[in-house]
Design a protein around this ligand. Sequence first.
Ligand SMILES: Nc1nc2c(c(=O)[nH]1)N[C@H]1C(S)=C(S)[C@@H](COP(=O)(O)OP(=O)(O)OC[C@H]3O[C@@H](n4cnc5c(=O)[nH]c(N)nc54)[C@H](O)[C@@H]3O)O[C@H]1N2
Ligand SMILES: Nc1nc2c(c(=O)[nH]1)N[C@H]1C(S)=C(S)[C@@H](COP(=O)(O)OP(=O)(O)OC[C@H]3O[C@@H](n4cnc5c(=O)[nH]c(N)nc54)[C@H](O)[C@@H]3O)O[C@H]1N2
Ligand SMILES: [Mo]
Length: 771
Amino acid sequence: MSDDRKWSQHDYHHPAAGWGAAASVMRVLAGEREAIDGPRAIMRMNHENGGFDCPGCAWPDDLKGLKLDICENGVKHVTWEMTHKRVDREFFARHTVTELRDWSEFELEDQGRLTEPMVYEADTDRYAPITWQAAFALVGRHLRELDSPNQASFYTSGRLGNEATFLYQLMAREYGTNNLPDCSNMCHEASGRALKASLGTGKGTADLKDWETAEALFIMGVNAASNAPRMLTALTEAHRRGARIVHVNPLVEAAARRAIIPHDFVGMALMKSTKTSNLNLQIRPGGDMALMRAIAKVLLAKAEHDPHAVDREFIDRHTTGFEEYRALCQDTPWEVLERQTGLERPQILDAAEVYAQSDRTLISWCLGVTQHEHGVDTVREIVNVLLLRGNLGREGAGPSPVRGHSNVQGNRTCGIDHRPEPEFLDRLGEACGIDPPREQGMDTVATVRAMHDGSVKVFVGMGGNFVMAAPDTPYTAEGLRKCDLTVHVSTKLNRSHLEHGRDALILPCLGRTEKDHQRAGIQSTSVEDSMSMVHLSVGMKKPASPHLLSEPAIIAGMARATLPESHTPWERYVEDYDRIRDTMAKALTGFEDFNRRVRLPLGFRLVQPARELVFHTPSGRAEFSHAELPDVVPAADVLVLQTMRSHDQWNTTIYSDDDRYRGVRNLRTLILMNAGDMRDRGIGEGDLVDIESTSKDGSRRHLRRYRALAYDMPRGSAAGYMPEMNVLIGAADYSTQSDQPLMKNVMVRVALSTDRATGENRRKAAEQPRS
Ligand SMILES: Nc1nc2c(c(=O)[nH]1)N[C@H]1C(S)=C(S)[C@@H](COP(=O)(O)OP(=O)(O)OC[C@H]3O[C@@H](n4cnc5c(=O)[nH]c(N)nc54)[C@H](O)[C@@H]3O)O[C@H]1N2
Ligand SMILES: Nc1nc2c(c(=O)[nH]1)N[C@H]1C(S)=C(S)[C@@H](COP(=O)(O)OP(=O)(O)OC[C@H]3O[C@@H](n4cnc5c(=O)[nH]c(N)nc54)[C@H](O)[C@@H]3O)O[C@H]1N2
Ligand SMILES: [Mo]
């Protein structure tokens, strides 16, 4: 365990990005022996005309085209895929699955790229090679033998390109199910549902140009320096032009201080950093909705004597439900707002003033807002606040959720949706000559439950690492083990391959950086970024192994074996992805003339009706929401734990045990706490503690011997790392609004460890007053 090694924590005083990032990149490149290839590939990444889309985050590419707008974590991500290491048949012959289960996440992925299809053999407890044809036949046989198509579930991780995505959902629907869970069930489901209800569109309306022209930016619940590093560019530029930046986060993250942008050569050379914040509000976990309501309350009070405080003309012309919202804000007492935000009134007034002074405000958010019980209500409250001053449909303004995986937004656009709209299905049915199922399918949480009760028997994972990403790790693992068949289309070995069904396949695919050679020549695929730009991505590296297939080819292979009578031209689609795009142009709104438009130098932007002030809501207007404020104050001895990413990881992929901006080295088994909360519990810096969570259903879960570290954060809050901490989140712990697991809202009790306690700990524990 990492904890046996020397760990440390210190304050990190340096600006975000800058030379720390550059040094870290070089370490990763050196570690992967990619010092030559790495930088060359990166020069091609995210570039106008040619080059591949960074498989890192979903931040859009700079509209000005060629600019070295790369980020440290994107570099790490690409290099990780381009490793020279290989997991071949000899590797699987050497290790049983039981043995591999003892390996860490890092050790598993560190073995390198998968090279050929493998099938699980129970008698040897090993994966053995299988031909592609036999692998597809096995999938086909299982799927054809099920009593109902709804006994299969088809997961997607947000890497999948648009063309493969379209084929994947087509296969599932032609086969007969809407069981299409995806990773966005765990990140932005709440944003999608809220924006749809308020504005009639499931996406943000702001684009990069708006980021470049906003006068005020509210950045809520995102660790941008680690998870969307290219946002740092937008923030430094915003600060230089005089925009005001408010960060809302229980932690003061690196992006909320100062930054040096690595492509800013002058800044780098002179060590000149730029401020990236005017105000930091260290909100109580889950307090964001109360903060938005408080800001609205201030504005509405101001509007009584200042006609410019709210935009009455916009409200009257474009919205509904304003009067009721005004009454709701008036009726919410200040004491409640202060207690629920955990902030002092002057801080809230400062934030409201920033908002009131700005004519162009953009609000951006990520998981700190969505992974809560009331994530949907909170995002709707954010929209309420934007509507009050007409911050929609004009430059420099609007809602701008930071999406996660590089193509998670494109996945949804291209049909990965377990609750598809009837109009979508109608059009799909017509364009593809199929009769899609109409009933709602299962999302991630429902799929895990169904694997347990036996109603899902076949699980297919297109990318991702389901067992580690989903909550309640042992429960999810057990669910997968109960399946008749598990299939994982992957680039690297991970734990989801080891917690497998009775039959199990690992199907290795090309990565985004690699050449995809099909009959019609080198193929490219398209992706959609956080700001609705669709553009082509083309790989240029030699594939990691000659036996890899592209994702479209693997999907087509599975589809043909499952649906031998299908009229869908699966083989022809794989020969030339232009043919897939031609069908997408007919089936998907906004994709007209797809093949031509996607080849424009920067691709094209999907039309965003809400941005044009066209609202596909029941009223035809933007709708104010009127939700009750939830009580987010935990019981006296309970802490609200958030599970987050370190700087050195990509979701379930761990690059190292360091978390540079939080000053942590060599330690992941940690819990960050407020110093006062530690004192109350008799916990000293670096002490070993046990963490007990209480689920909604009353069940309890434990993590033992974690190190407690004091951190600048509100009383009653705590933080630690995903995916390890998923064992604390019960299967019942998901939001009833979004069905998203409550990954930022785990109710825990923390005490000195009694597990194999050291003498020192046993003594300290004994000194604690009994409750
Ligand atoms: N390098 C790297 N980049 C990534 C990823 C990665 O793992 N590594 N993952 C990608 C994916 S899939 C996603 S979805 C995104 C995730 O991007 P983030 O949302 O930044 O992910 P987290 O690390 O979970 O950080 C959550 C942030 O929310 C804050 N927070 C927690 N609770 C609250 C709250 O109640 N209110 C507020 N206002 N803030 C709160 C936390 O302190 C933290 O700063 O990043 C994407 N980009
Ligand atoms: N406790 C807690 N849990 C969380 C979260 C949290 O904040 N807290 N965040 C949630 C969020 S936001 C998300 S998005 C999920 C992430 O969930 P997933 O998307 O399921 O997980 P990843 O770790 O991104 O998947 C990594 C695997 O993807 C495969 N892979 C990489 N590149 C490719 C490719 O090009 N093609 C294919 N087919 N496979 C590829 C590799 O085999 C690698 O092992 O985790 C969720 N889980
Ligand atoms: Mo995500």
